[in-house]
Design a protein around this ligand. Structure first.
Ligand SMILES: Cc1cc2nc3c(=O)[nH]c(=O)nc-3n(C[C@H](O)[C@H](O)[C@H](O)COP(=O)(O)OP(=O)(O)OC[C@H]3O[C@@H](n4cnc5c(N)ncnc54)[C@H](O)[C@@H]3O)c2cc1C
Ligand code: SF4
Length: 561
């Protein structure tokens, strides 16, 4: 590869995942010369193994301890397996630290083009004004500096390109979008949908998932093989590697620089402008520079903020773009660990080991502290449920021999719901640089301080109770509930720490994710979230990114950047 050290670009995009892919596409399609730096190696269809049986693998995908040798944290992620573990960061090379008794599981650190979208669960939900204006609703925290109507056209753009299967429901708390025809619900899910609507007025819908049910842009509809986290040769789920990044590269104006671990943003102190980035080449370990008119960080919230802290200089001693002192504060991740499961009887359906395997589940839309509903006395904000149900083999049948085989083949219909709850933005949940530790590339690492508070704990209890009452309403038997609050990081939805706001004294970014302090610096991943809502964040990350790119382009046209 040609040395890009001396090159000058219009925009430098750091990261190629959900946000970086969109930034590279939007900016290069508008005519800009873009450098897209990615810490990982290039992705290719040849790495995809969705149809490879486990018996073809050396350890049959049954030796997690082998993966844990190099990825003790990454293996906590359900999607990290023998098939794909080399897409994940090596935890020994790229550590982070936490205080004693304050665990944070930083899973899903991908080091490959496409970032987390290679392995994500694809659940894609809009936020509503109940989320953007949550502080006005209940008095806690800060409103976002934008509202639903500002983002709605960008949700449209992203959904139409990504391709999301879903059902329109007309519920204020979860605005409808541009959906592909829905994948079907099972009989169990349909029964539960009707019963919870009748009894509680709650809406259970198909999970809104980034899996195609009709072809778009040369991508085929999903054929229900199931394990999307191992890749997809028909490109039927959304992965930046073969969608946004491919489009950016097709313009001929985007230069992909893989294996580029960005260390810091370089500044032109006299003009108070970013002039490029310094990165470490993962292969040669050489430091290199790339220069450009605008710098756009899309490295995932924690990584982007790490870059900003590591870019501290005499003008910004507490971290670049941190005149407010808010950089690194208000870390959020959804709380999980409350729910219930049970069995339904008398429903048709036969299990089959060979599929079809619908790569999607169900979603119960937030029903606590709603727009016009009653307020909970126990907690602020709300949660949604993900889950699913259908016929399966009776794996837990008692006995042995022929009787066991027979019993196991008697289908059982399982149904389960697990909550994802909003995490309140609290200043004491923060990250900083650990001055005593560097990664394998010599880059100082993050020290992450996060714990959940009473509000999240109360919510998890309520998740279990409300899941039980809904399963009971559907007539489920053998119901088991759980209240095991997850440690922070386990929802893999980290957002915040460079929050957006109108007041530069109380926020790091404006509503277009542009730094208040450095006018040609943007952070377009989830770092800008002012609150976390309870919906999965990535659709909103992508919509915000497209909106912010359009603003960047207009600022460039005006000569402001
Ligand atoms: C298993 C799993 C399931 C998930 N399920 C869902 C879901 O159902 N719905 C949902 O909304 N979200 C889900 N998420 C979260 C979702 O994937 C992320 O919100 C989203 O991908 C974040 O986009 P991003 O652009 O900020 O970061 P990423 O997509 O992670 O991309 C960041 C990229 O930046 C690169 N990078 C990092 N540091 C540097 C550096 N210093 N220099 C250069 N490059 C760097 C990384 O290598 C990576 O490729 C899931 C995540 C995982 C891991
Ligand atoms: S389930 Fe669908 S989207 Fe997922 S890998 Fe298979 S074909 Fe691709």
């Amino acid at each position: 590869m040609a040395d890009q050290s001396k090159a000058n670009f219009d925009a430098i995009v750091v990261g190629s995942g959900a946000s970086g892919g969109w930034a590279a596409k939007r900016l290069s399609e508008a005519g800009l010369q873009v450098a897209m730096l990615e810490a990982g190696r290039p992705q290719s269809d040849e790495n995809f193994t969705e149809h490879t049986p486990a018996f073809e693998l050396k350890y049959r995908d049954r030796a997690p301890e082998v993966i844990r040798k190099t990825r003790p944290i990454q293996k906590d992620c359900y999607a990290c397996m023998e098939y794909n573990y080399d897409w994940f960061a090596n935890d020994l090379e790229e550590p982070y630290t936490t205080p004693d008794k304050m665990p944070f599981s930083w899973q899903g650190r991908m080091r490959i083009t496409g970032g987390r979208t290679n392995v994500w669960g694809r659940q894609s939900y809009r936020l509503s004004d109940l989320d953007f204006k949550a502080a006005s609703h209940d008095g806690y925290g800060e409103d976002w500096p934008l509202s639903y109507k500002d983002l709605a056209p960008y949700y449209d753009i992203v959904e139409e390109y990504v391709g999301i299967t879903g059902i329109s429901e007309g519920v204020y708390e979860l605005p409808d979008g541009k959906f592909h025809p829905p994948m079907g619900l099972t009989c169990a899910e349909t029964l539960l949908r009707h019963r919870v609507k009748e009894k509680f007025g709650r809406t259970l819908t198909l999970g809104r998932s980034a899996n195609l049910t009709q072809s778009i842009n040369g991508r085929a509809p999903c054929h229900y093989c199931g394990p999307c986290e191992r890749g997809c040769r028909t490109h039927s789920y959304f992965n930046s590697a073969f969608t946004t990044v491919a489009d950016a590269l097709a313009t001929g104006r985007c230069t992909h620089i893989p294996n580029a671990m960005v260390y810091k943003v370089l500044m032109d102190a006299d003009r108070n402008r970013a002039r490029g980035v310094l990165y470490i080449d993962r292969i040669t370990r050489e430091p290199k520079e790339v220069h450009g008119r605008a710098v756009v960080l899309c490295a995932q919230a924690l990584e982007s903020v790490r870059i900003l802290f590591n870019s501290a200089n005499s003008q910004y001693p507490a971290g670049l773009a941190n005149s407010s002192g808010f950089l690194g504060h208000y870390l959020m991740d959804h709380i999980t660990g409350g729910g219930a499961s049970g069995q339904l009887e008398g429903l048709p359906g036969k299990p089959n080991l060979n599929g079809p395997n619908r790569p999607d589940g169900i979603y119960v839309i937030r029903f606590r502290n709603t727009h016009n509903g009653p307020r909970s006395k126990e907690f602020l904000r709300g949660y949604g449920f993900q889950g699913g149900g259908g016929a399966d083999f009776n794996w837990g049948a008692p006995g042995f021999g022929a009787a066991f085989k027979k019993a196991m083949l008697e289908p059982v219909t399982y149904i389960g719901l697990g909550g994802f709850g909003e995490c309140l933005a609290r200043r004491e949940n923060y990250v900083e640089i650990d001055r005593n530790r560097v990664d394998a590339f010599g880059i100082p690492v993050l020290n992450i301080h996060m714990s959940y508070g009473d509000n999240e704990m109360a919510m998890v209890k309520d998740m279990a109770a409300s899941a039980v009452e809904m399963l009971e309403a559907a007539g489920a038997k053998h119901i088991q509930s759980w209240v095991h609050p997850s440690a922070p990081g386990w929802a893999i939805h980290e957002v915040g720490i460079a929050r957006m706001g109108n007041d530069p004294k109380k926020s790091v970014l404006n509503q277009f994710q542009q730094s208040h302090d450095v006018k040609n610096l943007w952070v377009m991943d989830g770092a800008g979230f002012t609150s976390t809502a309870c919906q999965n964040p990535t659709l909103t990350i992508m919509a915000l990114c497209v909106r912010s790119c359009d603003y960047l382009l207009s600022e460039m046209k005006k000569g402001n950047v």
